[in-house]
Design a binder for this molecule. Structure first.
Ligand SMILES: [Zn+2]
Length: 313
């Protein structure tokens, strides 16, 4: 310990200012944080009223978002849409008849990870109000009676277990039997690994049913939405007579990182997007969600040789 050295001329406190400071201090600098606080308050709008678009950053009024079928009015970004809302947007009002509504998965393998499969199923059932990741049934679209299956990504990532596979297969078989067109709207992360090989078997089962449906000469339109990947893309989603997709949807089998690591090759720009695959012929058309009902009806008219045209002929 040393005594503090005596103050040198340089370290002495400055002389008092000759002119006294103004009576009214300029406090404009102090207002700045308040402006920022206001801004952040504007950003912290109560949840459930506004949604920020991840593509363009604009705040969109939720009511407007619902009216636009969950597409951004500024940049047309497509937000996820739940299965019930999608059916509502496509089927003639009041025409949808659901089938196999209460079919539910069984935890055959007694799978446990961080959580048991049974617990996960219960959680997703209560959160989504669904029994599994697909809703199937019949509805009217334009002049056509259609077998319609719609997947919901909110239920365990739209994964295909034995219930999804069975419901899809029953829907396809019913369409084949009734000789009516089939439309399946996919949104899935792939096969449901909690069901092990039982989920993988659904790839073969659904694909075989599609092959039989093809023989009945009734069309099958596969609609891909963001994201459609892995086991679902490797089976019925890629087997449509017509394969259409929503804009900018991610479509593929394995993820880009896995492919890059396996092939040790640089992946091209836009790899695994709907636009990339449309350029290369895997996807026949990219259809914005708000035009989907109209365009599907047009395709059905064409593929089913339009009953209206037949009458006039
Ligand atoms: Zn936007």
């Amino acid at each position: 310990m040393t005594d503090p050295s005596p103050p040198t001329p340089d370290s002495r406190p400055p002389e008092p200012a000759l002119t006294p400071p103004p009576a009214q201090l300029d406090t404009s600098f102090a207002r700045k944080p308040r402006v920022a606080a206001n801004k952040s308050r504007r950003r912290d709008i109560p949840q459930g009223l506004w949604t920020k678009c991840p593509e363009c950053g604009e705040m969109v009024f939720d009511k407007e978002l619902e009216e636009q079928l969950k597409t951004c009015p500024h940049c047309q970004f497509h937000f996820p849409l739940c299965a019930r809302k999608r059916i509502e947007s496509l089927a003639k009002p009041g025409s949808f008849e659901e089938i196999d509504a209460h079919m539910t998965s069984v935890d055959t393998l007694e799978f446990t990870g961080t959580d048991s499969y049974a617990a996960k199923l219960e959680k997703h059932k209560s959160r989504t109000g669904l029994c599994d990741a697909v809703i199937t049934g019949f509805c009217r679209m334009g002049a056509h009676r259609v077998a319609l299956g719609v997947m919901d990504f909110n239920f365990l990532g739209g994964s295909m277990g034995s219930v999804v596979g069975e419901k899809i297969t029953r829907l396809i078989e019913a369409a084949t039997l009734q000789r009516i067109p089939l439309i399946i709207i996919s949104s899935s992360g792939g096969a449901r690994m909690y069901e092990g090989m039982f989920s993988l078997m659904q790839l073969a089962k659904t694909s075989a049913a599609i092959a039989y449906h093809g023989r009945s000469k009734s069309p099958y339109i596969s609609v891909l939405t963001h994201p459609t990947t892995a086991g679902v893309m490797a089976s019925y989603a890629s087997l449509g007579d017509l394969i259409i997709s929503e804009p900018k949807a991610m479509i593929g089998f394995a993820g880009p990182r896995v492919i890059k690591d396996t092939t040790q090759a640089e992946l091209p720009k836009g790899f695994q997007t709907a636009e990339f695959l449309a350029d290369r012929g895997l996807i026949d058309a990219i259809v914005p969600r708000r035009q989907m009902r109209e365009r599907l009806t047009e395709y059905l008219d064409y593929l089913c040789a339009a009953p209206a045209a037949k009458k006039t002929a």
